[in-house]
Design a binder for this molecule. Structure first.
Ligand code: ISJ
Length: 476
C-alpha cells in the first residue's frame, strides 16, 4: 500500500460519516478522533526506505516519524502529520503545564473506533534539556496530530483528529495532510562535507572538562555531563528520509525519531528510554558509562566499560532514578546488576529500574521528577544544572531532553533525545555529550563525544550513496 492508496472512496465516505456522527452533539472545544483499521500487512509500510514511503517529508511544517524496537521483535512505526492540538510551555512549571493541558484534553477527547482497530489515539511530546531555550524549537510541546498512521505487529491503522469547532472541514484537512506526504520526487543527496573538528573545538571542550573536574575535585559536585555540537554543510539539501532509514538499519536496538517543524528537522537514534508508563507500572533506563571501538579513526582509546569511573558514573544515575521514582511507587523492584548495552560502535552500562505506581500518578509528574537524570545533567542535579547554566552550556533543539508519545489513557513512552542532529536544508548541527566524574580524562571524554557524533555523521555520509529507486532504475 502506498500513501496514495491509503484511503479509497468508500473509506473516505465512511470517515466523513463518522465525523458527522461525532460532531452531532459535540461542544466546540471537544477533541474528536476517528480510527480506521487499514488491515494487515508489512510494518515497513511506514518505513522510509527508497520506494516504500519516500513521502515521509520532514520538510513539511509538522511531521513526526518514529520507529521503536517492538517488544515482539521488528519495529513499531508511527507517522504523525499536522496538528489538531498544539500545546507549548516553558519554565520551571513546564511539565505541570503539560500535565494540566493533557488532563483537560482527556476530559473532552471522544474516540470513534467503529472498525475496532483497538488502537488509542496518541499525542506526541518533546522537550528541551533546560526549561528555558531560545532556538526556534518549542521548549516543551504536546501535539495531538491531525493524522496518525501506525504500524506494528502486522496491523495498520490511521487515526484522524480535530477539535469539534473545525466541523466538517476537518475531513479536507486530513486528506490534504495525506496528499502532502504522497510520493515526493526526491533528489539524491550530495556528499556532506563535515567540518573537521578543528583543534580549537577539541581544545575548548577539553578545557571545559578540566573546569568540570576542578568543580568535582573542589567537592561541589560528583558528576557533570558536558555537551558539544558539530556543524556540517552539504552541497544540496539533506535527504532526511534516507538519513532516518540509514539510522533505522544500522541501529536496530535504538529508537529512531524525526520531528519536523517549519522546514527544520530534528533527527536521532537513541539507545536510552527515559520513561515507559503502562497500566500502573513504570520502567526507566539508568544508562551511563561508555566504551567504544576507535576503529582506526585516531580517537583516544576507550577506557574499560567496567572500570571504576564508568561504574561510578552509572551508579549516580541508578541512585537518582530510584530516588526520583520511589515517592510515586508502591513497590520498586530490587536493584539489578548493570548489563552491557551494545549500540553501534558504543557500549554502555544499563540498569532498568521497574516499579508499580501508586494510583493516579501522571506521566508528566514522573517526567518532572526524573528529568534531568544524571545521565544527561549531573549530580547533585540542581548544582549540576546551575553549573551548566553559568558555564554557558548550549544544547540545541531537544538534544538531551525527551521525545515520546502518550495515549488517551495517559500511558506512554519517552526516550532521551540523544545521538541526534538538527537539519535545515544543507546544514546539519550534530550534538553529543559525555559524563565527567573524578578520574575522567579530557582526551577520552573528547573521543567519546566524537564516537557519539559519528552515529549521525556516518549516517549522513552513507545517506548520500543511496538513491531513489526510480533514479537507480533509470541509470541501470
Ligand atoms: C549525553 C550523551 O549520552 C549519555 C552519556 C553517557 C556517558 O557519559 O557515558 C552514556 C549514555 C548517555 O546516557 C550523548 O549521547 O550525548
Amino acid at each position: 500500500m502506498t500513501p496514495r492508496q491509503l484511503l479509497d472512496a468508500t473509506q473516505i465516505a465512511f470517515l466523513g460519516r463518522r465525523l458527522r456522527a461525532l460532531l452531532d452533539g459535540a461542544r466546540g472545544n471537544d477533541l474528536l478522533s476517528i480510527s480506521l483499521d487499514l488491515g494487515g500487512g508489512d510494518d515497513d509500510w511506514l518505513g522510509v526506505e527508497d520506494g516504500a514511503w519516500p513521502g515521509v517529508d520532514l520538510t513539511r511544517p509538522a511531521c513526526h516519524w518514529w520507529a521503536a524496537p517492538a517488544t515482539s521483535g521488528g519495529r513499531e512505526y508511527r507517522l504523525a502529520i499536522g496538528r489538531a492540538i498544539d500545546f507549548q510551555s516553558a519554565g520551571a512549571a513546564r511539565f505541570s503545564a503539560l500535565q494540566a493541558a493533557f488532563a483537560g484534553l482527556r476530559a473532552v477527547w471522544r474516540h470513534d473506533d467503529a472498525q475496532r482497530s483497538g488502537r488509542s489515539p496518541l499525542a506526541h511530546l518533546g522537550f528541551a534539556f533546560a526549561d528555558e531555550s531560545a532556538d526556534g524549537w518549542p521548549n516543551a510541546q504536546l501535539v495531538v496530530p491531525a493524522v496518525l498512521l501506525q504500524s506494528a505487529g502486522g496491523r495498520r491503522t490511521a487515526t484522524f483528529s480535530c477539535v469539534a469547532a473545525a466541523g466538517e472541514t476537518a475531513l479536507a484537512g486530513w486528506l490534504d495532510g495525506l496528499r502532502g506526504n504522497a510520493w515526493q520526487p526526491r533528489r539524491s543527496p550530495a556528499p556532506p562535507l563535515p567540518e573537521t573538528v578543528g583543534p580549537l573545538a577539541g581544545q575548548a571542550f577539553m578545557a571545559r572538562v578540566a573546569a568540570a573536574l576542578q568543580a568535582i575535585h573542589g567537592g561541589q559536585l560528583d558528576k557533570l555531563v558536558l555537551a558539544r555540537s558539530q556543524r556540517c554543510t552539504t552541497d544540496c539539501a539533506i535527504d532526511v528520509a534516507t538519513l532516518l532509514a540509514t539510522l533505522r538499519d544500522r541501529h536496530p536496538g535504538c529508537t529512531i525519531y524525526g520531528v519536523a517543524r517549519g522546514g527544520e528537522a530534528f533527527v536521532g537514534a537513541t539507545p536510552e528510554r527515559l520513561l515507559a508508563l503502562r497500566q500502573g507500572t513504570v520502567q526507566v533506563d539508568a544508562l551511563a558509562g561508555s566504551a567504544w571501538r576507535a576503529g582506526g579513526r585516531g580517537w583516544a582509546a576507550s577506557p574499560s566499560l567496567h572500570d571504576a569511573k564508568n561504574r561510578r558514573e552509572q551508579q549516580f544515575v541508578v541512585d537518582a532514578v530510584r530516588a526520583a521514582l520511589s515517592p510515586f511507587c508502591s513497590t520498586l523492584a530490587a536493584p539489578q546488576a548493570a548489563e552491557v548495552l551494545q549500540s553501534g560502535a558504543l557500549q554502555h552500562l544499563r540498569t532498568t529500574v521497574h516499579g508499580c505506581l501508586q494510583p493516579g500518578v501522571a506521566f508528566f509528574e514522573l517526567l518532572a521528577a526524573l528529568h534531568p537524570t544524571p545521565a544527561v545533567g549531573g549530580w547533585p542535579v540542581a548544582t549540576a544544572s546551575r553549573w551548566l547554566q553559568s558555564h554557558g552550556e548550549r544544547r540545541g533543539a531537544w538534544y538531551s531532553g525527551g521525545i515520546g508519545w502518550l495515549d488517551r489513557a495517559g500511558d506512554g513512552d519517552s526516550v532521551v533525545a540523544l545521538r541526534c542532529a538538527r537539519i535545515n536544508g544543507r546544514q546539519a548541527e550534530l550534538f553529543a555529550g559525555a559524563g565527567i566524574v573524578a578520574g575522567s580524562d579530557p582526551a577520552q571524554e573528547l573521543a567519546e563525544t566524537e564516537v557519539k557524533l559519528a552515529v549521525i555523521a556516518d549516517a549522513l555520509r552513507h545517506a548520500r550513496r543511496r538513491r531513489p529507486l526510480a533514479e537507480r532504475a533509470a541509470s541501470a
